[in-house]
Write a protein that binds this ligand. Structure first.
Ligand code: RUQ
Ligand code: CUA
Length: 632
């Protein structure tokens, strides 16, 4: 769209013939698709996005233990982008540039930073992402951010959707393994709710490890604007997934191991566990009144079962519930049984009476349909139907919520509408717009943990299988198999009208504040000047890039210098990213249009070292290079 706005596109730069060829392929593609659609029948045709056409939805995909987030287009299921988050990423230099190191390290606790420093590190090199959630205003996606958890190193991160880059990373103190992550929906995000999955002693400093009965779970609310922890609640049991209501009053978490054991046998001994419901206002008031205990500088209230507080209520749910999903009509919360074949339906509106002591916990349950073996997650079509992923049966089960509630009251109705086989062992499932009040019931993805025989064999490590299902009609139809690398747990599907990314960076974006300050102190006009500043042992090399050259094709430093290369991309053109790769020095970075990026390294190897642009930018891209001369 803004290709026009910028006047020139990468295709223009590459030459007119490419543009003509591209236009020809667009019209050719449209003709092809019409005939394909006719040939492939109702469901298949709709999933087909011909060459040159844009998808209708963005999909934000977790990358699991790859540590990243991926952006897919739906319904084509084409992978559009990878957003490095907790991982070290080669193409963009994420985790190595000064700007990304700052983002990855500034939110760590002092204790973690100290530990990493002793290992010669500034941050962790990996993460385990599960639940990507786009921010809300009044229950609708507002296109500002996506938030994501890191189970491996107890962190959360925020991705800015205008540039599709991570801008904040925060380690959660007092917690251990952030798994469940969901957002406040009303009035807006607002809080990012984070579940500590593992129970630990507090403080966790080696003094009180022996008795697991004294360990505790903890629930965290982070302010999504400031990315600072707002408050925490001590809880009983291991927190799993969570979700918030559509009124801003309550948030809930499923818990397994209410037994508080440490072995599998101990953890699954009891036929019932619970979901814990948090009263946001009661917690906020206690924190405001100074009634919270400060632990690691964070106000913490006691919401454990035995504390019988006004902060929490524990609703008993059959064995080890996992997924926790609020329905888009704002009325219900589905607690998925995992070891029980049931989904437990809680009505949010009953919680006022529960917290007031007028009714008991199980009075909030208005339905408990039997779905199949191993229900994990539920999503919605906005037409009153729920879709539950069933792990052991390898199925997506469509059921009607109103009928499930009638059946619970004793009426003879079967809420199950259809059971569709998926391939195989499905974890999360999510429908288009299904996590928001704008659920539109068009598409559903089933994120399968095993692909087995569905793809060409690539050795012992197989891809996962993300399947696309058309749910627009009465019957679910499987339309696409999508192999993915480790390991999308969850995905959120957002209509493209909600997301408005830019094409070119604002050169004065807060992301570049440190570079502007440094350049100012050096008397350099960032983005314009080419200058070498020598500051004792430190050398700062400021250069610009404009296709197809760097403003500096040679610079000389003394062996042992600590060199910082700062590159400012002057190209103001959509899709015109440059790179800076320095041979033999572990230096590689992306510099987007009008962006700045910097990398610091030690020049310890006398000789000639070439640097080059690694991002294809021009017919003379190969020639975009220069030399660093290191004097002995
Ligand atoms: S939760 S399926 Cu994080 Cu189910 Cu993975
Ligand atoms: Cu600049 Cu390739």
């Amino acid at each position: 769209m803004s290709e026009e706005k910028n006047g020139m596109t990468r295709r223009d730069l590459l030459g007119g013939s490419v543009k003509i060829a591209a236009l020809a392929s667009v019209s050719g593609g449209t003709v092809l698709s019409a005939s394909q659609a006719a040939a492939s029948g109702a469901a298949g045709g709709k999933a087909d996005v011909p060459p040159g056409q844009l998808d209708e939805y963005y999909g934000f995909w977790s990358g699991g233990h790859s540590g990243e987030v991926r952006v897919l287009g739906l319904p084509s299921m084409r992978e559009l982008m990878r957003i490095p988050v907790f991982n070290r990423e080669s193409a963009t230099g994420w985790g190595a540039t000064n700007e990304s190191i700052k983002i990855l390290s500034e939110g760590l606790t002092p204790e973690t930073r100290e530990y990493l420093k002793k290992q010669g590190k500034t941050t962790f090199d990996h993460g385990d992402t599960h639940h990507p959630r786009p921010s809300y205003t009044e229950g609708s996606y507002d296109g500002r951010y996506v938030f994501i958890n890191d189970k491996a190193n107890t962190r959360i991160a925020r991705i800015r959707l205008d540039i599709m880059k991570t801008d904040k990373v925060l380690e959660i103190p007092n917690a251990h393994a952030i798994h469940g992550l969901r957002l406040q929906r009303y009035p807006k995000t607002g809080y990012v709710f984070c579940n500590s999955e593992m129970r630990i002693p507090l403080p966790n400093d080696g003094t009180n490890m022996k008795d697991p009965k004294k360990y505790t779970g903890i629930f965290t609310a982070v302010d999504g604007e400031t990315m600072k922890v707002a408050w925490q609640v001590l809880v009983s049991g291991n927190l799993d997934n969570n979700d918030a209501d559509y009124s801003g009053k309550y948030v809930a978490s499923t818990c397994y191991n209410s037994e508080e054991g440490t072995t599998t046998a101990e953890m699954t001994a009891s036929p019932t566990d619970h979901a814990v419901f948090f009263n946001i206002k009661a917690i906020e008031e206690a924190v405001k009144a100074g009634k919270a205990t400060m632990i690691s500088g964070i106000p913490v209230v006691d919401g454990r079962k035995e504390a019988k507080s006004q902060f929490t209520r524990y609703i008993p749910v059959p064995n080890s519930p996992h997924g926790c999903n609020a329905s888009p009509d704002g009325k219900y919360l589905m607690l998925n049984g995992k070891l029980s074949p049931t989904v437990t339906i809680v009505e949010w509106a009953k919680l006022d009476d529960l917290f007031a002591g007028k009714i008991s916990e199980r009075d909030c349950v208005v339905g408990e349909p039997e779905i199949g073996l191993g229900p994990l997650h539920t999503t919605f079509d906005g037409r009153g139907n729920a879709y539950t992923s069933v792990f052991l049966d390898s199925q997506i089960v469509k059921w009607n919520v109103a009928d499930a509630i009638r059946a619970f009251k004793g009426e003879k109705v079967n809420p199950i509408r259809q059971k569709l086989d998926v391939h195989y062992q499905v974890g999360h499932t999510n429908a288009s717009m299904g996590e928001s009040k704008d659920a539109d019931g068009k598409w559903l993805v089933a994120l399968c943990k095993f692909s087995k025989d569905r793809f060409l064999n690539v050795g012992p490590l197989k891809p996962e299988n993300d399947q696309l299902i058309d749910i627009s009609g009465d019957e679910m139809k499987l339309v696409h198999d999508g192999p993915t690398f480790a390991e999308p747990h969850d995905a959120t599907i957002v209509h493209r009208s909600k997301i408005k990314p830019v094409d070119v960076y604002n050169p004065n974006d807060p992301l570049f504040d440190d570079l502007h300050a440094m350049a100012k102190a050096d008397g350099v006009k960032l983005g314009t000047d080419s200058k070498i500043i020598t500051d004792g042992n430190k050398v700062r090399v400021y250069m610009t890039s404009q296709a197809p050259s760097f403003s500096m094709t040679e610079f000389t430093v003394k062996k042992g210098s600590e060199v910082t290369v700062i590159v400012s991309n002057q190209d103001d053109v959509s899709d015109l990213t440059h790179g800076f790769t320095l041979i033999g020095h572990n230096v590689c970075m992306e510099i987007g249009p009008k962006a700045h990026a910097s990398h610091t390294f030690r020049a310890d190897r006398p000789g000639v070292w070439y640097y080059y642009c690694q991002w294809f930018c021009h017919a003379l891209h190969m020639e975009m290079q220069g030399r660093m001369l290191v004097e002995s």
